[in-house]
Design a protein around this ligand. Sequence first.
Ligand code: NOJ
Length: 672
Amino acid sequence: MNFKVLIFLMMVAGLFSCQRQPQDPIDAKIEDLLAQMTLEEKIGQLVQKNGDHQNLHDLVRNGLVGSILNEVDLERIYELQRIAVEESRLGIPLLIGRDVIHGFRTIFPIPLGQGASWNPALVEQGARIAATEAASQGINWTFAPMIDVTRDPRWGRIAESFGEDPYLTGVMGAAKVRGFQGDSLAAHNAIAACLKHFAAYGWATGGRDYNTVSIPYNDLHDLVLRPFKKGVEAGAATIMTAFNEINGIPATGNIPLLRDILRNQWGFEGVLLSDWNSVTEMVVHGFMPNDKEAAYMAMQATVDVEMVSRAYETYIPQLINERRISEQQIDDAVRRVLRLKFALGLFDNPYRFKGEFPPLLAPEHLDAAKQMATESVVLLKNQDVLPLSTNIRNLAVIGPLADAPHDQLGTWVFDGKKENSITPLQSLQEFGKSYGFDVYYHRAMETSRSHQITDPAGILRSAGRADAVLLFLGEESILSGEGKCLANINLQGAQEELVRLVATAGRPVIAIIMAGRPVTFEKVKPHMDAVLYAWHPGTMAGPALADLVFGRVSPSGKLPVTFPRHVGQIPIYYNHKNTGRPASIETFVHLYDIPVEAPQFSLGTTSHYLDYGFKPMFPFGFGLSYSSFEISNVLLEKNQLKTGENLRVTLNLKNTGNMKASEVVQLYTRQL
Ligand code: NOJ
C-alpha cells in the first residue's frame, strides 16, 4: 500500500538568517562591477521592461535595462542576451522573466488542484519539469509560486493559490521553490523562483481583485506571512510585492512589511520586485501624490526592481540629487540583482538555453502531468456508482467541458497549447474502442455560460440508453484568474438545468466538475450520484479522468479549500476560532422551521445562519476514495512541546477496502 502522511503542526521556527560569507568571491566581482557602473547603468539594473517595449535593443545596449519579462521567442532572447553581453559597456547579462505558473508547454493542473494532491514531492517534480521546459526556451526567472493564502472562492486568483491553509500553502510553495531552483541555480535547467504577492493579496475585501485589505496583525502573521517565511527558508531567490494596500499602506511602499519584517527580521537578501506598475499605482491608491514620491517610497521599502512602470528610471537621479535617497541604497539594490545574475551562472554562460534539454512535452513530462492531474482530483460524492465497469455497453458523455482543450488548461497559461491537450472525450472514446462500449457525446451548451441547452431531446435519448452519464460541468478557464472574480459562484448558465434534465433519464449521473475555484452546486447535488472535482487539470486531463472513472486508480485528492453551500457563507474556512458560542446541531433551527411569532430567545443563540446553518458543502481536507482506510494506534511521542520543538506522531494506517489506493493522513491541532 502506498500512502502519504502529512502532519499539521504549528511550530515557531527560529529567526531565519542567510548571512553571506564575507570572503565570497562573487562579492568581489560585484564590487568590481559596481565601481565601474555609472548611476544610469545602476538604475538600469533596477528596470524591468516588457518584451514588446520599443527600442529594447538600444536600451539593453546602453545598459538601461536589467531584466525583461514576457519574451519567449528563443531567437529574440538570444539576440537580447547577445547585445547585453557583447555590446553593452559592461557586458551584464539579462534576467528573462515569465509567469510559469503551472507548467510551461506541458501544463499541469492549476495550483489549487496541485494543492489538492497534498503531495509536495509531485508538486516539486512538476516545478522541475516546468523549469526545464522554460529554461530551454531562454527563461531564467519565473514569477511563481504564488503563495497567497485565501479564504474567498469569489477571488479569481484562488485558482493560482494553494487554498486557505497557511501550512499546506507553505509546504507546497517551498516544494515549488525547490523544483524551480533545483540543487543549484547555476544549473542550465534551473530558474529563479519568486514568492508572490507580498503580502495579503488573497485577503482582498469581498474577494474582488486588487481590493483593499484590512487584516489584524495576528492574522497577517499567523496566516498570510507564514508561507512566505517558509518560502524564504527554502531559498527563494526573489519576491514580488502585491498590488493591494494593507491596513492603509500599499504593499509596494510598505516599509514595516518589506524593510522591517522581510529584510530585517527574516534576513531576506534576494531580489524584491514590484508587481506590474504597482510602484506608480501607489499614486492611484491615493497613497503618494505623484510617481516621484512613489519611486521614493518603493526605494525606502527596499523594492529593488520596478516591473514595467517608469518611476525609477525617471526619478531616482533627482531623488539622489536631492539627497532623499542615497547612492548606497541604489548600490544595495544593484548588488542584489547582480548577485542573482551571478548565482544563475549568467556571467559564465548567458546562453544557458543552448545546453542539453529534453524536448518540450517529453513523454516523462506528460506522465508527470498525468500523475498530478490524477492526484489532484477530489471525489466529493459517490453513491456506489464509481468506479464504472469497463463491461458497460453505452456511455453518455455530456457537457461543455468534456471536449474543451483550451479550457481544461486553466488560467495563467501563456505557453501551453490547446493542440497538445488530450480531452476527456478523446480518452473516453479510446476506452470505448478498447473495451467495446459506445460513447454518445453531447456538448449540450456552447460554453459553460450559455443559457441555452442544445438538443435536449437527443440528450435525453442518449442518457436514457446509457449505463451511466458522465456530465462535464464547471467553468471555462477565463472565468478565473487575475481580475476574474465572481459574485455568484454557482454553476453558470444553464448548467443546473442541464443536471436536472439529465437526471430525469433515471440513469446514474456522474458529475465531473472542472473549475478554477470552488463552485457551489448545493441545489443540484442531490441529482448527482457521484461527483469528481477536477479543477482545471491541464494537458493530460483526459487520460487522468478516464483512469479515475474506470477505477484504474482511486481518487486520493483532498480539498485545499472549504466549499461553501452558498456564496453568502463566505468567508467560511476550517481554521476558524471557536467563538464564545460555537454553532451546534442541537441549537440550530432552520429558517422555515421557526414557529410563527416565536419569542426572541426561544431558539438557539449560537453562531450560524438561519438559512444555511454553519456547515460548508464540503470541508477543507475532505475527499473520498474507492477504498476505505482505518487509522489506529495513534501515539504522540510527548504531551508537551516547547517552542521550536517537533512532535513525532506514529500511527497504523490500513487499507481495509479491496483496491490499491492512497490516503492522506491529516492531524490538526488547535491553538488556544
Ligand atoms: C501581474 C500579476 O499580478 C503577477 O502575478 C504577474 O507575475 C505579473 N502581472 C507579470 O505577468
